[in-house]
Each structure stands twice: as structure tokens, then as C-alpha cells.
Design a protein around this ligand. Structure first.
Ligand code: 0X9
Ligand code: ZN
Ligand code: ZN
Length: 304
């Protein structure tokens, strides 16, 4: 049965989501992002306690093998709806949440059933027998520029034959576009590395206009996580300056659409287990994420 002591399959997550939507029907609403290559419905949940709150988008499990992301996203949904902690209640009730627990549904199922390390989508290529595109290289943001992705269909960072070639990304971009005027913050959940990554991914030579704000807000997250007894350390900086050049990613694209507080968050760990984080670390990661997001959104408020 569903829980956070182990990783759940897509079917288990969906059944759980159905229950949540029913139990909390007064403050939740399902939205459909679109349909995956293999025909699965990509589902999301909107949580809103009152009209007109600032919106927050959470994109999770765009990379199929990053199971900790959907485990954390589902736990976070549950906390927003059921926590009795006053700080969490305020967090929940003063934002409108748009959460997609599993974006890369086909890849996620494949990672459960065939290959635990599967990362990409599952759409075949016209040029190669290798399958799938790195969905986080497929948004139309400096697509395939500056060595930020590969044009080799066999690469783990293949950008695809063209931007938005992946139905999951076309759909997610359209969904984000449709609500962007109501949204200030986008968080793309990834693993691993324990780092908050701001734009830009395409160059380390330039920084966003609000880079200082982005770093101040990221620091609040890292500092808050640092106060917990687990001792996890989170770094922060722009993608290209602290990680590597990466183009076509969600948070850069969203930033360019005007969602100016936009991060990729790489969860636990720092490399020991990597993508295959043991289930015992799910709940610690969840607690860190909640603590971090409370601090992050609190710091955003100070920016005015
Ligand atoms: O390479 C990626 O897509 C992300 N790292 S991961 O290990 N989860 O694959 C980092 C993406 C951040 N890049 C941009 N925002 N450009
Ligand atoms: Zn195409
Ligand atoms: Zn990732």
C-alpha cells in the first residue's frame, strides 16, 4: 500500500491521488497536463484555499529515475492538506499550488518495470534505435545551443529532434504558459546533488537581472535545511556556473516566461547512493524540502 517508507509505482501514486482529490475535494482540483507518448494521462493537483493567492508550480519526476522527487512531491501534497502545524497551514493556505508529481510518466513506469536507471522519455527516434529524449533539454529555451545538450539520440542528454518534440514537454509548457500570470515561483524537483540551481543554464557569463534576489532566496532554503539535525548541506548558484551548461530545461524556460523565482532543486544525496536513494531517506528528504520551501517562500515575501 501507498506510503513513504518505500517508493510507489505510478499506479499506486494515481490511486492515492484519487483518494486525496476525494477526501479534500473542497480545496483541491485535478488538472490534466496532457497525454504522454505512450498514451498515459499526465495528472496534476491544484490546491487552493482561497482565490487569488500567488501561485507556485512544482514539476516533479521529469527525469524518470529520480524517484525521490515524486515521493517528496506526494508527501508535500499530503502535508499541505493535512498538517496541523501553524506554519504549514499558512504555507498551504496562502499560496495556490499546482503540483505535477510525475511528469515523465512513461519513463517512470519503465524505470519501475525494466530499467531502474532510465532517465529520458520513451518516444523512439527517426534517426536511431536509441529511445527517448532528455525532457529537461526539450523546452524551447536556448534549445541545443552552447553544448547545453546532445544531438545524439543515444545520449542521456539528447535534446530531441526539435524543441517540444516530446508530448510531455509540449503539454507541460502549454500548461505553465496558461497559468503563468498567476504564478511567481516554479520549483523543478530533481535529484541528486543537494543544490538549488537558478537560471541561466545556457551560459555562465551572464546572470539573470534578479540574480541577487534568486541567491538570497536560495540561501534562505539552504540555511533552513542546515538548521535541521540531519546536517544536509545545500549549495546554490546558477546552473551553468555551479553545475554545467544545460539548455532547454524547465526552470530556464519558465524564467523566460516571466516566472522570475525559478529553480531546479537537486535533492539528496551528494553522491553516495545517487539516483538510487534508499527508502529510509525518503522522509528525511521530505522534511528538509518542506522546511526549505517554507523558508524560500518566506524570503520571497520579503522581496515584496
Ligand atoms: O541535468 C539536468 O537536467 C539536471 N540535473 S540532473 O542530475 N537531475 O539530471 C540539472 C538541470 C538544471 N539545468 C537548467 N536549469 N538549465
Ligand atoms: Zn517531432
Ligand atoms: Zn533530473
Amino acid at each position: 500500500t501507498f506510503g513513504w517508507k518505500r517508493y510507489n509505482t505510478l499506479a499506486e501514486i494515481e490511486t492515492w491521488l484519487d483518494g486525496i482529490l476525494e477526501k479534500y475535494s473542497n480545496v483541491t482540483e485535478e488538472f490534466v497536463v496532457g497525454t504522454s507518448y505512450e498514451g498515459r494521462t499526465i495528472r496534476g493537483i491544484k490546491i487552493s484555499y482561497k482565490e487569488g493567492n500567488p501561485g507556485v508550480i512544482i514539476e516533479s519526476n521529469i527525469h524518470a529515475n529520480e524517484w525521490i522527487t515524486s515521493a517528496t512531491a506526494t508527501w508535500f501534497i499530503n502535508e499541505l492538506l493535512s498538517s496541523e502545524n501553524q506554519v504549514v497551514r499558512e504555507l498551504a493556505e496562502n499560496h495556490d499550488w499546482y503540483i505535477v508529481p510525475v511528469l515523465n510518466v512513461d519513463g517512470f513506469v519503465y524505470s519501475h518495470e525494466k530499467n531502474r536507471m532510465w532517465r529520458k522519455t520513451r518516444q523512439p527516434s527517426n534517426f536511431s534505435s536509441c529511445i527517448g529524449v532528455d525532457p529537461n533539454r526539450n523546452y524551447d529555451s536556448h534549445w541545443m545551443q552552447n553544448d547545453g545538450a546532445s544531438d545524439d539520440p543515444c545520449s542521456q542528454v539528447y535534446g530531441g529532434p526539435h524543441a517540444y518534440s516530446e508530448p510531455e514537454i509540449k503539454a507541460m509548457s502549454e500548461f505553465i504558459f496558461s497559468i503563468k500570470d498567476k504564478v511567481n515561483v516554479l520549483l523543478a524537483f530533481h535529484s541528486y546533488g543537494q543544490v538549488l540551481l537558478s537560471p541561466y543554464g545556457h551560459t555562465a557569463e551572464e546572470f539573470p537581472e534578479n540574480y541577487e534576489d534568486l541567491m538570497q532566496v536560495a540561501k534562505a532554503y539552504a540555511d533552513a535545511v542546515g538548521t535541521l539535525s540531519y546536517g544536509s548541506v545545500f549549495q546554490y548558484g546558477s546552473v551553468a556556473s555551479v553545475l554545467y551548461q544545460a539548455t532547454g530545461a524547465t526552470n530556464d524556460w519558465a524564467y523566460e516566461q516571466g516566472i522570475l523565482i525559478s529553480y531546479t532543486i537537486e535533492f539528496r544525496d551528494s553522491g553516495n547512493f545517487g539516483f538510487v536513494l534508499p527508502p529510509a531517506f525518503i522522509l528525511p528528504n521530505c522534511e528538509e524540502t518542506l522546511t526549505g520551501i517554507i523558508a524560500l517562500l518566506g524570503e520571497c515575501q520579503k522581496l515584496g
